[in-house]
Design a protein around this ligand. Structure first.
Ligand SMILES: Nc1ncnc2c1ncn2[C@@H]1O[C@H](COP(=O)(O)OP(=O)(O)OP(=O)(O)O)[C@@H](O)[C@H]1O
Ligand SMILES: [Mg+2]
Length: 271
């Protein structure tokens, strides 16, 4: 799968015929199989709007221009039906708050199984066995018991593991993770980032990783795009950005990192 974002702008309609407010301006980005693209920027810079534009989940008041090409096909003009089929099958999404993606009234195994039955044509028993395998893959403890649990019986970290398992079930080619570990403690965060990293290389998955935390981005993304007030102010190899930031906002993101994290990053990021 090859994704190409070309000259993408997004505005929101304003009341009483006022001109739309642009929140994303002329973004270009590319992503190939087995690659991770980091999207980093302060709160309100447009990271989630960019993620939603790619996955076709912008609110109705949004107006997008430009192209979001998946293997050469522009996704922007697709209708709801065509886009929801692509979303189910080829693009998976992991949200910041895992409850967003989970159905509180449905057991975990059944929720993972839905994608398996719908998109991979599995029967009930086969789907249950594969759901267990996926829960093992995201290293949830006592996976067999968790199949029959409801989301509220799980911790935040376990819910996010289930969220990843659900996103993986249809074997998507592209995964979009919007602040997937922000709500979690640092140990769980590190383990989930490792799992995402493994999945990218195992399955030649393409990953768009969104975070306000350049430390999270630096762990996984070989390339990143720094958003500031809706514009890509800097883009390139993450190591280069860290070692030689060319925009004040990139420098501010580096300065926001804890000292200890900065010390583990490429040289001169600390200076
Ligand atoms: N539904 C909407 N209607 C109008 N404006 C919106 C809507 N959603 C987002 N915006 C605006 O778009 C801009 C970018 O928002 P976005 O949610 O992408 O920020 P973000 O970088 O994801 O921030 P955070 O780190 O806080 O999640 C903001 O100015 C926001 O107010
Ligand atoms: Mg956001």
């Amino acid at each position: 799968m090859r994704l190409a974002i070309r000259d993408l702008s997004v505005g929101f309609a304003q009341p009483r015929g006022a001109p739309p407010r642009e929140v994303l301006r002329r973004i270009d980005a590319e992503l190939g199989p087995g690659e991770v693209l980091g999207i980093v920027g302060e709160s309100g810079s447009g990271k989630s709007v960019l993620a939603l534009a790619v996955i076709g989940l912008l609110p109705r008041t949004a107006r997008a221009r430009g192209r979001v090409e998946m293997d050469g096909t522009d996704l922007l003009p697709l209708g709801d039906g065509a886009m929801s089929r692509i979303r189910g099958r080829r693009i998976g999404m992991i949200f910041q708050e895992p409850m967003t993606a989970l159905n509180p009234a449905m057991r975990v195994g059944a929720q993972i199984g839905e994608g398996l039955r719908l998109h991979r044509g599995m029967g009930r028993a086969e789907a249950r066995a594969e759901a267990l395998r996926l829960l093992d893959r995201v290293r949830i403890d006592r996976a067999a018991e968790r199949l029959d649990a409801f989301p509220h019986e799980l911790s935040g970290g376990q819910r996010q593991r289930v969220g990843i398992a659900i996103a993986l079930a249809p074997e998507p080619e592209l995964l979009i993770a919007d602040e997937p570990t922000t709500a979690l403690d640092v140990t769980v965060q590190a383990e989930l980032l490792d799992i995402l990293d493994e999945l990218v290389s195992e399955r030649a998955l393409s990953l768009i990783l969104v975070s306000h935390d350049l430390g999270v981005i630096a762990r996984l993304a070989e390339r990143c795009l720094v958003l500031w007030r809706g514009a890509a102010v800097e883009t390139g190899p993450t190591a280069r950005l860290l070692a030689d930031p060319r925009h004040d906002h990139t420098r501010a993101l580096i300065d926001a990192l804890p000292r200890r994290t900065r010390a583990t990053l490429p040289r001169s990021a600390d200076g």
